[in-house]
Design a protein around this ligand. Structure first.
Ligand SMILES: Nc1ncnc2c1ncn2[C@@H]1O[C@H](COP(=O)(O)OP(=O)(O)OP(=O)(O)O)[C@@H](O)[C@H]1O
Length: 217
């Protein structure tokens, strides 16, 4: 369960807050799409939830722990254990094959993967690419690998920042369907930042960052 309470963000040297009083909660298996104009703060909010950026005020809770008061080291290990991230740019490692990319989070944690690589590859329709090198894959295939990597440690929360922004419309819809279906199947909470209405409509709820707060659409 994710809970964001009265969170605000003001960057150093900025005269005004980017946003203030952001509140949201997301239960197991629930999904939320966040939309909003470019520069409204969508990625910043996602980064704060991931513990990659600090809150100016307010609190963020996940898995009964308060992310917003953790030290940086604790946030790193907490993120590795509880959060799976999918980015627009895929963020895969070119010199590793598909399987090794997927196994990275488990190796970072020094634990056996909590899910089977083969089952994830099958669910994502990329079984034949297990040993392929990343630079030989299409954008849609790379994003499927990134989704498998985000899910390998069975995170309680998946954060996806414009996960289909680099894909054509048809591929985008297929990849988004898979992301939402796999999150639901594993009862993970899913928070997706997107500009694509077709992707947002797959979520249980859509909200928009507008004038510094998170508003229902
Ligand atoms: N580290 C930082 N220091 C100062 N300002 C920042 C920093 N990171 C982001 N910003 C500013 O905060 C604002 C929001 O950025 P953010 O990337 O969160 O927007 P976004 O809604 O995700 O935009 P887009 O849809 O274009 O990706 C922007 O004006 C950006 O320049």
């Amino acid at each position: 369960m994710l809970r964001v309470e009265r969170v605000s963000k003001q960057f150093d040297h900025s005269p005004t807050p980017l946003f203030s009083d952001i509140n949201l909660s997301l239960g197991k298996g629930q999904s939320l799409a966040i939309m909003g104009a470019s520069g409204s703060g969508k990625s910043t909010l996602l980064n704060m939830i991931a513990g990659l950026s600090t809150c100016s005020s307010g609190r963020i809770f996940l898995a009964d722990q308060t992310i917003s008061i953790m030290s940086e080291d604790k946030r790193d290990s907490f993120r590795a254990e509880h959060i799976g991230m999918v980015f627009q740019q895929f963020n895969l490692i070119d010199c590793l094959c598909v399987e090794d990319n997927i196994l990275l989070p488990a190796r970072y944690l020094g634990i056996p993967p909590r899910r089977s690589v083969d089952e994830l590859l099958a669910a994502l329709g990329i079984t034949t690419l297990k040993r392929a090198s990343i630079d030989k894959l299409s954008g849609g295939e790379q994003q499927r690998v990134a989704i498998a990597r985000a899910l390998i440690h069975s995170p309680s929360l998946i954060l996806a920042d414009e996960p289909t922004g680099n894909l054509d419309e048809n591929t985008s819809n297929k990849v988004a369907d898979l992301l939402f279906a796999l999150a639901k199947e594993t009862s993970a909470s899913l928070l997706v930042v997107t500009h694509a209405p077709d992707v947002a409509k797959l979520a249980d709820e859509t909200r928009m960052i507008y004038q510094g707060s998170l508003q229902p659409i």
